[in-house]
Design a binder for this molecule. Structure first.
Ligand code: PLP
Length: 397
């Protein structure tokens, strides 16, 4: 056959989320969108800050348009990288320079670049992920020539199971991906968890005489509630690369903008940064969107209304648990990870569908028997869905 079968497989296999999305569209046409309680997609529901929209308008009105829409250097505009580095340094007491920052098309590109930069193809290298995990990790790791290894979570809390993690490390381990606040559990890994994780990483790196890299996938860093702190992993482990994105933190998922930050204290930091530049080049992820690089630099302190997500979380968590659903109270992101009311999450998903509730079965996220509720939606939709959730729970009593 004249084309790559692996890529054909990826392109032709519809993800469950995609399938639900298509179903939701059809069902909305049949019974009206207001009667479909679609909690399947992680698309931000709060608008980008006004400051962002105003800045776009100002830039378009005032800047030299040829320059504004032109190429920047491959790793991003030096001035923009300076603003980002300064912001990280001020916030986390770090010593990052523009030459540790690589501008990207969001966290997806950042992850793909980091994995490509670190993993030696054909060397049977492994990357550990913590269940439940963002399903695309598998695609990105395998595309970089690595093997995905899944570490199971602690029961109920969904924190990292440190003993299980340690048992998964071997001489092939190249990197570990940590995502906190987590998609799909909404859990923020505690400082104790982070310290224990980093202690294991240091000990095992020494034991095997090689660097094990930590990749911090942080698109949800800013979406936390009630002052919960998300530990900045570079401050706990030197061999860290941060994949940051403005998709959720500024509600700009379609604009494809984010960055990679290489910890300056990493072993061979400047060479790893060059490997990041090389991976970006080889994947064609050079010169992230120029207009949005400028927007970010000018809106570095802008914030979305996280309170709106917190309201939805509180309404759903309080009511669902009162109906008998079990779930960990999420401290961040905009997902609720709910135990299905029967063993098979797909069957539960079908029964929920009969009540016009659309949630995502999480087997592909590495944990079976759970569904994800993405509550990045209107509050009225959340409130409207409550009777349906209650009726669904009653069916199982
Ligand atoms: N990582 C996680 C955990 C995500 O949930 C997502 C998107 O939903 C991404 C990465 C990719 O985000 P981006 O839009 O920045 O590419």
């Amino acid at each position: 056959m004249g084309y790559n079968q692996k890529m054909y497989g990826l392109g032709s296999k519809r993800s469950i989320i995609r399938e639900i999305f298509e179903y939701s569209k059809t069902r909305s046409q049949q019974i009206g969108a207001e009667n479909v309680y679609d909690f399947s997609l992680g698309n931000p529901s709060v608008p980008a800050p006004a400051e962002v929209n105003n800045t776009i308008a100002e830039l378009l009105a005032s800047e030299n348009s040829v320059l504004l829409h032109g190429y920047t250097s491959a790793q991003g505009d030096a001035g923009v990288r300076r603003v980002i580095a300064d912001r990280i340094n001020a916030k986390f007491n770090a010593s990052i320079t523009p030459n540790h920052i690589y501008m990207t098309c969001g966290a997806a590109a950042s992850l793909s670049i980091c994995l490509k930069a670190l993993i030696e193809e054909d060397a049977q290298e492994e990357c550990i992920v913590f269940a439940p995990f963002f399903t695309e990790y598998r695609v990105f790791i395998e595309n970089a020539g690595g093997k995905i290894v899944v570490s199971k979570p602690m029961e109920k809390t969904f924190q990292i199971d440190i003993a299980d993690f340690e048992s998964k490390i071997n001489e092939h381990t190249k990197a570990v991906i940590v995502n906190s606040p987590n998609n799909p559990s909404g859990v923020v890994y505690s400082e104790d968890t982070v310290k224990a994780l980093c202690e294991v990483l240091k000990r095992k790196s020494e034991e095997y005489g090689k660097v094990i890299y930590l990749i911090a996938d942080e698109p949800y860093r800013e979406l936390v509630y009630s002052g919960v702190e998300v530990p900045y992993l570079m401050n706990y482990y030197d061999n860290t690369l941060v994949c940051y994105s403005y998709s959720k933190s500024l509600s700009l998922p379609g604009e494809r903008i984010g960055y990679i930050a290489v910890c300056p204290n990493m072993q061979d930091a400047s060479n790893v940064y060059l490997a990041v530049c090389g991976a970006g080049r080889s994947l064609g992820y050079v010169c992230a969107p120029s207009l949005f690089q400028q927007v970010i630099a000018r809106c570095i302190d802008a914030k979305v209304n996280v309170e709106a997500y917190k309201e939805n979380r509180d309404i759903l968590y309080d009511n669902l648990t009162s109906y008998g659903y079990e779930c960990v109270k999420p401290d961040g992101a905009f997902y609720l990870f709910v135990k299905a009311l029967e063993e098979d999450a797909y069957k539960f998903f079908e029964r929920a569908k009969d009540h016009e509730i659309l949630v995502v079965p999480c087997d592909d996220f590495g944990v079976s028997g759970y569904v994800r509720i993405a509550y990045c939606t209107d509050k009225s939709k959340v409130i409207g869905a409550l009777p349906a959730f209650e009726a669904l729970a009653k069916e199982y009593k």
